[in-house]
Design a protein around this ligand. Structure first.
Ligand code: Q46
Ligand code: ZN
Length: 306
């Protein structure tokens, strides 16, 4: 196959785009997709400060690399979850990456904050990933808000978005369906959230990270159950293989036709929010659910030690 752009030998075939690219032209395709996402969805401007959530995986590091290349004012934020034999490796990859490219980085340590994820696993009677995800979203938003950032960018790609949309649709979860999309506007206590990689598949992001020589953290988390949308991603992989482009069509169709139909439903469901008396994050109770979990774990640990 020849490169669609320069006619050299292509190294990445993209059936959903009816094209293929060589190693020099592929990053230009990637850049264009990110530019289009930012422009069409009005994600942010070059005058704004963007906080980029960095896990150390291919998506977040590729996103940070690309936004910096495009001249955006980016700072990385890594959350060290405190998981033995895992978190230190992820953190090292992120720190090395930011050092190498001269990028600003903030690191937040769950251990220092008082609730490393192993304590959640040991003391909270809920799936650890559900609580861990809640903690991460909480701190991403809190740190972005306290730091005066204009937007929080995450590395969610098309496969993530389609798998999540599919799961929400299977449950007809109207609150989530009205909320899902590449941009979640800022609201009282919440910063704007954006997903500049939503037009790109996992395969396309992985290729970009590889061709740019980005060293990624690819070891799975030891607590991963393997359940998070994996099956839905496999189903969509099969559909996409049979009919290239279907994933993107499904997602775009939702944004154009499905999402407007669910708009406003979350207001009926949502309750009044006020700042948490402990951490200032928006909550419908006096103390937010994250602070409540932290307190409950501290009590459970004290009881166990007594
Ligand atoms: S880090 Fe946290 Fe993930 Fe590990 S404990 Fe689960 S949610 S799997 S992305
Ligand atoms: Zn709180």
């Amino acid at each position: 196959m020849k490169c669609t752009r320069c006619k050299a030998l292509a190294c990445v075939a993209l059936p959903s785009h009816h094209s293929g690219f060589c190693k020099d032209c592929y990053p230009l395709f990637f850049t264009k997709q990110v530019e289009t996402a930012i422009r069409r969805e009005k994600m942010f401007t070059r005058d704004e400060r963007i906080l980029v959530a960095l896990s150390g995986g291919k998506d977040s590091l590729a996103l940070m690399f690309e936004l910096n290349l495009q001249g955006y004012d980016v700072t990385g934020l890594h959350i060290d979850l405190g998981i033995p034999n895992s978190s230190e490796k992820a953190r090292k990859k992120v720190e090395d990456f930011c050092d190498l490219h001269g990028l600003n980085l903030e690191v937040f340590e769950m251990e220092k904050w008082g609730l490393p994820i192993p304590d959640v696993k040991a003391h909270v009677n809920r799936p650890v990933c559900a609580v861990c995800g809640k903690m991460k979203r909480h701190h991403f938003n809190r740190i972005a808000r306290e730091g005066g950032y204009d937007a929080l960018a995450t590395g969610h790609n098309l496969d993530d978005e389609v798998a999540r949309l599919f799961a929400n649709t299977l449950r007809w979860d109207t609150a989530y369906l009205s909320d899902q999309g590449p941009v979640l506007p800022a609201s009282e206590g919440f910063v704007r959230k954006v997903k500049p990689l939503f037009r790109l598949s996992e395969f396309e992001t992985a290729n970009y990270a590889f061709l740019k020589g980005i060293e990624i953290h690819s070891d799975p988390c030891p607590y991963a159950s393997g359940a998070s949308f994996t099956h839905h991603k496999e189903l969509w992989g099969e559909l996409e293989h049979r009919s290239p482009g279907q994933k993107f069509q499904f997602y775009q169709g939702f944004l154009k036709k499905g999402k407007p139909a669910f708009a406003g439903l979350e207001e009926e469901i949502g309750a009044e929010l006020a700042p948490c008396s402990e951490c200032g994050s928006p909550t419908s109770a006096e103390i937010c659910s994250v602070c409540r979990i932290k307190k409950a774990v501290a009590e459970s640990k004290a009881k166990a030690a007594a």
